[in-house]
Design a protein around this ligand. Structure first.
Ligand SMILES: CC(C)(COP(=O)(O)OP(=O)(O)OC[C@H]1O[C@@H](n2cnc3c(N)ncnc32)[C@H](O)[C@@H]1OP(=O)(O)O)[C@@H](O)C(=O)NCCC(=O)NCCS
Length: 146
């Protein structure tokens, strides 16, 4: 298993996984935009047996890391890949001496919330009507030593 920076040639595979996972998936162009036009963005893919199993997007800004997206392909969930990706975000944030790692998650997304709680992210706020379908989001933060 390895985690490496996402490259342009990975985007079609990542976008296909994204489409399996999300009701409003990002298009390939959204990922290209992040890779080429957003100086704060760092996107990673997780490979095992030379196949991409998952990905994570980070915005590294100021003194905090925002997780913009995380996904593990449907057939590959429950094998620890999501945990490895979160650990990558935390490790990167520690290297940069950031104060925290944060993200927004649908209040109904039990699996993802369980993953974040495993790494001691705390619910700090509810963002009302955050998603297109008016669902609320939790803002979850993991404080770091900084
Ligand atoms: C959330 C997601 C990335 C987790 O990836 P994963 O590879 O399945 O995660 P892991 O196998 O590392 O499991 C991590 C933790 O999630 C929780 N979890 C896993 N499967 C679960 C399930 N079926 N029900 C509840 N919690 C579950 C557990 O706490 C688990 O830790 P443990 O195995 O040590 O107990 C994956 O489910 C996914 O891609 N979901 C769709 C996209 C998504 O919702 N992204 C988050 C947007 S904010």
């Amino acid at each position: 298993m390895s985690i490496r920076l996402m490259e342009a040639t990975d985007v079609p595979i990542v976008a296909a996984i994204e489409e399996q996972l999300f009701s409003s998936p990002w298009a390939k162009e959204d990922f290209y935009h992040e890779l080429f036009n957003n100086p704060f963005a760092r996107y990673y893919v997780l490979e095992d047996d030379q196949l991409i199993k998952g990905y994570i997007g980070l915005w590294l800004m100021g003194d905090q890391c925002q997780i913009t997206t995380i996904g593990v392909s449907c057939d590959e969930q429950g094998h620890g890949y999501g945990s490895q990706l979160i650990e990558k975000a935390i490790q990167k944030s520690l290297e940069l001496h950031y104060k925290n790692v944060n993200l927004e998650v649908r209040v109904s997304n039990r699996k993802a919330i369980a993953l974040y709680q495993k790494y001691e992210f705390k619910n700090v706020a509810v963002r009302k009507n955050y998603y297109e379908n008016h669902e609320d989001a939790y803002l979850m933060i993991k404080e770091l030593e900084g």
